[in-house]
Design a protein. Structure first.
Length: 756
């Protein structure tokens, strides 16, 4: 297995590069030879640094792009080709578009949780507003180790949550949803995936392109420092015991600077004074200059002496590779310079011309009047000269072992009530209010799901003429994916779509954050390939094309000399359109006496459930029951029920099974339930199994006739579970306590752990 490091030797920028230097920078021997062929000479040290960053997995996607290209990318609402802009873009009607994207900041967060998470939030929001879109919603998907028994995992969680909260709250965009998951596999390498959603007038979208020889190139925003140097390469290697030595690769964020940059950028977008704009994320100036130039079929001359610096002793390669936050590259129409400078001056931001667009495709970087690097722009980027690999695949032995599990191998517990409350207190099931309460969910007052909770986050499109909204969600049960990457990833897409449908929305598009181990490990690469296959099939089924996203490999740790990967975690971010916000649907029971129905097939399956793992300590089982066509039919039926006003609440059955879904529906209005299990299915499976394609709905007696008529026509299985109570919980005529007891277990678990 290849070992990658990013130790940068100290050398003069004009010193000729060597194979040893290239390997220290993370390049393979064959890649060093390829660079020499491209340039027709041996690269100098600065040029090697440029290629090491741009050809890292983090920037080039060299081990994943061949598979990513198989994902569905076209659809009637798609406005930008996947991967060609800073974020995905879909048409939401009324002359408006939605820009959205999810990205990882895993490795920085493992080393420095607070700044790692904070700058992840800053970076993903810049991807949105560099397109001219105003961010209106944030989401995040977080993975940590066992917080109940591991102090370092609690440290990671405290730092990450505070970093997200402090940056996002100061920046002023509400967090509308997210997920938090715990497993020992994430102990050393937590996952921090941040998503941002924004809206823009379709005619005001800004492209990440450079063209027009003679047009000036500006750097705007913050000054450049030494933070984040080699950050892209740092993200393209395993976490080890010495990773703390890479701490300088973690960037430092300033949300107040970002807020100014947002307002200045949106004001700039109202003019026609610019050609293109791009965020300076991974690889900094190097990435933005090369990607914008390649897209526009041009070159650039950049004078590094003109870049505003925070530290005056910076070498050219440090300036080029710095990942200092809150910076962007802007190509301005010649003759409009004063107009652009005035806008950024108004917001008290740097706006410095550092170069010009040139004919051809060559990037030339100058320092002290000397060319310190000269490279073809297209040789650096994805789809140009960056290498593309297909790695070896091998099915893990555990895959066949998982399929041997049968529910009969474990007994039915004698005390189901005790198990039910133990599940509610399991960190993976318990309320994540400890997390969400640190986020500002109501800034800008567009959040429609705070007082009326729903399966997806709901945000009002105040600019829409027709009372539209957006439904947004992030989903992935990594345990399912680890058990069966193909089925588990289909489930992740399906759950995201199910959450949007249950909230009254129509799924429209997907962004993804693909978190996996080392791609040089054949078993990891097999997981990745299977996940892509499953994602593709599910996205085609739901007509939710992939608009872009992020691949994060090397999420694994060296523990006692052995490399241990995290669960494969292909996080799905999905956006849906709510055509009439008056028809949004809540998950909360509304009134005592309402009837409770379960829509979807009852299978008696307990595979990969939290119940099976926590109560029976069984970690090897297949993914839970799933059928893609059946799942889609359930979505169609629930959509019609909501549109026709035939239900008063809807909530999907997912982690924790039917019991957890019922408790979550009762908590908002302190209502209980009296339900009966299916006599043909073992009761623990009925209550705690996580078979997919199921939705719990509640309805009044006045709605019952119309509900039954529609369900009988649909041919989708459904059963009457029982009715809503004033607060008592009953299962098969046996008391299961009261809703306030369930609340104490559900809401008290994580705060008690985090107080340690």
């Amino acid at each position: 297995m290849a070992t990658k490091t990013t130790e940068a030797p100290v050398a003069a920028t004009t010193e000729e590069g060597t194979l040893e230097t290239a390997q220290k920078l993370g390049l393979l021997p064959e890649e060093f030879e390829r660079i020499k062929e491209i340039l027709g000479r041996t690269p100098n040290f600065t040029e090697l640094g440029i290629y090491s960053a741009m050809w890292s997995e983090h920037c080039s996607y060299k081990n994943s792009i061949s598979l990513l290209k198989t994902l569905p990318r076209k659809g009637p609402r798609i406005l930008a080709e996947a991967g060609q802009e800073n974020a995905g873009l879909i048409d939401i009607g009324d002359g408006w578009a939605c820009a959205f994207k999810i990205e990882s900041h895993n490795h920085p967060s493992a080393i420095e949780p607070y700044q790692g998470a904070a700058t992840g939030v800053g970076g993903i929001n810049r991807d949105i507003f560099t397109m001219g879109a105003r961010p209106i919603a944030q989401l995040n998907s977080l993975r940590f180790g066992d917080i109940a028994n591991t102090a370092s995992s609690r440290w990671h969680m405290r730092g990450v949550v505070k970093g997200i909260g402090d940056y996002g709250n100061a920046f002023g965009v509400p967090v509308l949803g997210g997920e938090v998951y715990f497993d020992p596999c994430y102990t050393t390498n937590p996952l921090v995936n941040a998503m941002s959603v924004g809206i823009v007038r379709t005619e005001k979208v800004i492209s990440a392109v450079s063209k027009g020889p003679g047009n000036p190139v500006y750097i705007v925003g913050s000054a450049t420092g030494k933070d984040g140097i080699h950050g892209a390469s740092f993200a393209s290697k395993d976490i080890t015991g010495s990773s703390v030595d890479d701490l300088p690769a973690v960037q430092v964020g300033d949300p107040f600077m970002e807020k100014l940059l947002l307002e200045a950028s949106l004001e700039l977008a109202e003019t026609d004074a610019i050609i293109g704009m791009q965020d300076m994320g991974a690889a900094g100036i190097t990435c933005s200059t090369s990607e914008m130039s390649e897209k526009g079929g041009c070159g650039m001359d950049i004078n590094l002496d003109l870049v505003p610096l925070r530290q005056q002793d910076m070498q050219p390669w440090e300036i080029l590779l710095s990942e200092s936050q809150e910076r962007m590259l802007v190509v301005v129409k010649k003759g409009r310079e004063k107009e652009v400078e005035a806008i950024f001056g108004k917001w008290d931001l740097h706006c410095e011309p550092i170069g010009t667009v040139t004919e051809g495709n060559t990037l030339r970087f100058f320092s002290n009047g000397t060319v310190v690097a000269e490279v073809p722009a297209d040789s650096l980027v994805l789809g140009g000269g960056a290498p593309v690999y297909k790695r070896e695949q091998k099915e893990p032995a555990s895959f066949k072992e998982n399929k041997k599990f049968r529910a009969e191998m474990v007994p039915v517990p004698e005390d189901l009530e005790q198990v039910a409350y133990e599940l509610l207190a399991s960190p993976n099931i318990a309320s994540k209010r400890w997390v969400s309460e640190q986020y500002d969910t109501m800034v800008r007052t567009l959040n429609m799901s705070t007082n009326t909770p729903s399966d997806a986050g709901l945000v009002l499109l105040r600019e829409s003429r027709n009372k539209k909204g957006l439904a947004v969600t992030v989903d992935c049960n990594a345990r399912y994916v680890n058990a069966d990457p193909y089925v588990g990833t289909m489930i992740a897409v399906s759950e995201a779509a199910r959450n949007i449908v249950c909230s009254g929305g129509e799924p429209a598009g997907v962004t993804n954050c693909l978190n996996f181990g080392n791609p040089y490990d054949p078993e990891v690469y097999w997981q990745f390939a299977q996940a892509i296959k499953g994602m593709s099939e599910a996205c085609i089924e739901f007509k939710t094309p992939v608009t872009g996203g992020n691949v994060s490999f090397y999420n694994q740790s060296v523990i006692e000399g052995k490399e241990v990967a995290v669960f494969p975690t292909p996080t799905i971010g999905m956006v849906g359109i709510v055509e009439d916000v008056a028809k949004c649907m809540t998950l909360a029971f509304q009134s005592k006496g309402h009837l409770i129905f379960l829509i979807g097939k009852v299978t008696g399956d307990i595979a990969s459930s939290e119940y099976l793992v926590k109560h029976h300590n069984v970690h090897n089982s297949p993914a839970p029951y799933f059928d893609l066509k059946e799942e889609h039919l359930v979505h169609v039926v629930v959509t019609h029920l909501i549109k026709r006003g035939l239900i008063s609440a809807a909530h999907d059955v997912s982690d924790g099974g039917l019991w957890t879904a019922l408790v979550e529906m009762g908590l908002p209005n302190s209502l209980g339930f009296d339900v009966v299990t299916d006599s043909e299915v073992r009761p623990d499976a009925f209550l705690f199994g996580e078979g997919q394609g199921r939705v719990v709905v509640a309805l009044s007696e006045d709605q019952e006739e119309g509900f039954l008529d529609l369900m009988r026509i649909s041919k989708v299985p459904f059963i009457l579970l029982g009715h809503v109570t004033k607060g008592k919980l009953m299962v098969d005529d046996e008391p299961f306590g009261f809703i306030e007891e369930a609340r104490a277990a559900y809401e008290g678990a994580i705060p008690a752990i985090m107080e340690e």
